[in-house]
Ligand binder design. Sequence first.
Ligand code: ADP
Ligand code: MG
Length: 717
Amino acid sequence: MPTQFASAKPLSAQQIAAAPVHLPRSSRLQAPLTHDLGPRAGRALNTLGLHTVGDLLEHLPRARGEARTITTLQREETATLLVEVRAIASKPVRRRGMRPRVEATVVDHTGSTRVSFFNQPWLVQRYPPGTRLLLTVRTDRRGRVSVNAHAPTELQAAADAQVAHYPASEGIDSTRILALMREHRDAIADTLEPLPARIRTAERLPDRRAALAALHFPGNEGEAEGGRRRLAFEELLLVQLALLRRRARRERAATAPSLDAQRTLTKRWLESGLPFPLTNDQANALEDIDHDLAQRHPMQRLLMGEVGSGKTVVALFALLRAVEQGWQGAMMAPTETLAEQHFATIQALMPGEAVPAALLTGSTTAARRADSLGKLASGELQLVVGTHALIEPDVQFARLGVAVVDEQHRFGVRQRAALDAKGPATDGVGGGRRESILTPHLLHMTATPIPRTLALVQYGDLDDTVLRELPRGRRPIETFVASGERERARAYERIREELRAGRQAFVVCPLVEESETLQAKAARAEFERLRDGEFKDFRVVLMHGQLRPREKQEAMAAFAVGGADVLVATSVIEVGIDVPNATVMLVEDAERYGISQLHQLRGRIGRGEHPSLCLLFGPKDSARLKALAAHRDGFELARIDLRLRKEGELIGGVRQHGLAQFRVAQLPDDELLLEHARLRATAILQADPELEQSEHALLAHALAAAYGPDAMAVIPA
Ligand code: ADP
Ligand code: MG
């Protein structure tokens, strides 16, 4: 509340209204965007989403260029000029088919030149001598200048003026947008500043008005970049606020069983049941999870660790913590192969323990399924591993306490929510009649490492734990990029050497994006070729997505127990295969796969005691293949991937991790800005969880505008 000068008495409404200050009037930004550019340009503005003055001001330039001077114009270039018309006339059309032309003599402070406008005879009237114009021109080989775009402007020609280039559309070009922007320049004063002054100063960012002015009408490059950073920070801060509030709301809304009893079963298991010591990262992950499970609100943790980093042990620990306290644990995987693999691993990991466990997938027989469902509902069955089959409506748990979701990005939000709803209903606390649901604790897992920048945006509402260290004893994988017939022959010879030494090999067929059928066909052809040729002395099996589940299982089983030497497969082997004796992988047309996909594929070897070899067939100069040959760390590769994508290398792989689409911020370059935004958002919400303090009023407003009143709109991730 504003007070009277040098007094604590509040000002009356009249006094405030009469105060001689310029308060921004944001209502003026809502005014429709008026212009005299004609209906075609009007439609173009609509297409660009520019309906109001405010919309226009938020239409940010995508680049800037220097305005050039007439004497520095080169031949065959495109440039922006600031000029004044000296003379203008239309040229008669002499031959049929000639385009009507207007010729003008224009000057700036360095000199003069003749320019031609085509097909716009009316310009003679519109641009009389004395008109100042902003021109985008193209010079030809002989130095003749034709005008591509033009707009009247108030701008004075200055030696080093920068000119903003805008995203344009059919019907309106960047130059006209700039002219329109100049016309509405004053409205910048009416924009609101959502950032609390304290934060803005601490982050040394210009205020919003200065930032907009600097972007639209840059004095120099540094100023414009300062403006961009300012708007990027705001954008990132809003995302982080939205994510953190979403998380806080979920924490408040849902109650979970507090699983804080002493370790019993898990203690025994860790001390004597587990066949190996935990890595430090695994031990830390268990600590994180223990802490989360003890809370009264559900765990929301993301466990990120690349293939082979030992996530299953961590997941099993979480499940067993539930089991030992009388609750049930469930683990959901996106494919049957994976679910089966997990089920097998889990059983191998706890040899001495008799915890009743079941597997539930689409191919579980009806009788088995009925039996398992009955036991889940009664609580007799304490551990279950499965696919989507776990979240079907007829699956009921007596006391689901912990759920693990593997490869969580492959499940939709709704599917994850369905798992949440499997928690037990309890009688309302304190004898109330209302039933409430206890939400299970959730552990999400992913084997796709993503750089922290992306994680902050994509999974910003989850806590995270990372397994970086691979379990001890892992052998290195050497990776080579190979091409040409000589290298191919050598590659097959190397593979045969490994096979003769008793090892096994994968051959991965090219990715065919258009159709699984084509892909399966290609894999079969390659399988037959190798079986009858290069590897005719060995046992070769085939695996692809279109085989019947039984056939898949047979191929997998044969390979797993050493009954087959070579597995020819499509990328279905990406996840879920653990054959420590497999030491070679050959990937055909590797450049068709994305970096993370190749890295995942490669994770199928190097899992045993022998050194491994990965041969990527593809162009030697491919930046992605070179990155794979040089690095093994998934996080490092993910960073490189992000950078390459930014640089626009064509991506062959189908799978993309959701690169956040921001309007202003550029990741990963704005990484530091993002970290700052995250810290500030955390601090703001700690002090003022609902953004009710007056210094946060405009911030709350901006947040609602960006993500809806409850900040529940989709967050760009
Ligand atoms: P992920 O699911 O992260 O790809 P897994 O959990 O399947 O990895 O583990 C890969 C392999 O490493 C499994 O065979 C597992 O038994 C083994 N493993 C896990 N943790 C360790 C450890 N601390 N020491 C040795 N081997 C381990
Ligand atoms: Mg795994």
